[in-house]
Design a protein around this ligand. Sequence first.
Ligand code: NAD
Length: 476
Amino acid sequence: MNTFNYIDGCWVEGQGIDCITVHDPALGVPFAELMAASTAQVDLAVTAARQALPAWKATPASERARLLHGFAEQLTARREALIALQMCNNGKPRHEAEVDLDDAVATFTYYAALAEQSPASNREVPLAVQGFTSRTRLEPIGVVGLIVPWNFPLVTSAWKLAPALAAGCTVVLKPSEVTPLAELAYGEIASQIGLPAGVLNIVNGKAETGAALSGHPGLDKLSFTGSNGVGSQVMRASAAHCRPLTLELGGKSAIIVFDDCDVQQAVDWIIAGITWNAGQMCSATSRLLVQEGIADALLSQLQSALTQLRVGNPSREEVDMGPLTSQAQWLKVAGYIASARDEGLRCMAGGKAVDRDGWFVSPTLYVDVPASSRLWQEEIFGPVLCAQRFSTEQQAIEHANDSRFGLVATVCSNDLQRAERVADSLEVGHVWINSVQAVFVETSWGGTKASGIGRELGPWGLSAYQAVKHVTRCLG
Ligand code: NAD
């Protein structure tokens, strides 16, 4: 069977030219193959979404909410299978795969509730001028293309799919070619719970399929999560049609540790921020800024903790960190490690591949990394942490903000007034104080500067799929 594309309510074989090979990164061996959708099939998917739009738009919000609850319930029913798939195809340790599943369920549940509330639809707007009334309608933006990466496939797709459906949009989703199987669950669930045909379409494929979707004239909006390079390309494609887009791009985020912190607690936060998902997180806190007073003690404790992490095959062992998800990513990280060697950076941990099959990298720490180093400036997307020391609060803020990216940051300090002050000064979309990578569906997600345009999650995530309309009536 090779029916990995879900178009107009039917599972269809890909008719493109690309063959997608799906790997287990812990072994470096393939376990599935599928054919990509052709450009003509992308066109069919957009057409199906267009045809389904009027009826889906007119579907009462309560019914849309019921179906979104159905997604949450059916994800839960598939829990074990989806956790196993995340472990096998992404290389995630079990506890991480569980968090992903829970996150996707919470996202569908949250947007089901928001759909039920229909916030501010048909709200009267008070006018200063007499003789008129005006009301606001929040309407679905239309047919949306969703293109996602491979690092959190269930989650990233849920963050787009749930609000888009809640808003009344119809969707064409393109998963990553590295992890094309996870999102098939959304198609199976759509079919099982009776989501009308054409409301959700899934086309699998590589760059060509993504480009066919992002450049398709039949879309009303594109929401993209991925690299800055491809982000620029999809931005150009949207510009050609003068249509809106949301971009969730890369990061090079700072974790700032002041010298009033408990060193062991700070080490735990630092490790979580760079080794969760083997560092393959847009929000990885990959630049450590540590205050001089505790720098030596903290770096030496960090070195020993990183060296003791259990790195291995999540499907066979109890591990803290799995492999990188693809060979391409492994080669990219290996390139940065070679670059660090050329630059003469001081390595306190890791700095090498793990001697076993699969695409493993040891948790790596470089210290006293100059701001001019490409390892300090560029997103590596692996378990590679670069550290610098600072002396004053102002210096910490300046160093943290000295980046083209602006996704997230973590501030660790027992002086909460200072922590809040620093948080307010950081040029990012989300700051965690004395915590790390704590993402809640009610709070926003997205970056400033080169980290993206727009916000996901919370009510902002729903607004991203709504168009504001006013109906103004003359009373005279
Ligand atoms: P990528 O940009 O290579 O691919 C992302 C998606 O775009 C994939 O589905 C891919 O097939 C598709 N694509 C590739 N070429 C295309 C083209 N020309 N036109 C349209 N689509 C195309 O990114 P990746 O390697 O899959 O993911 C890693 C990147 O994603 C990192 O930079 C990471 O920071 C970023 N990311 C950001 C967030 C966020 O919320 N800001 C979350 C996760 C990942």
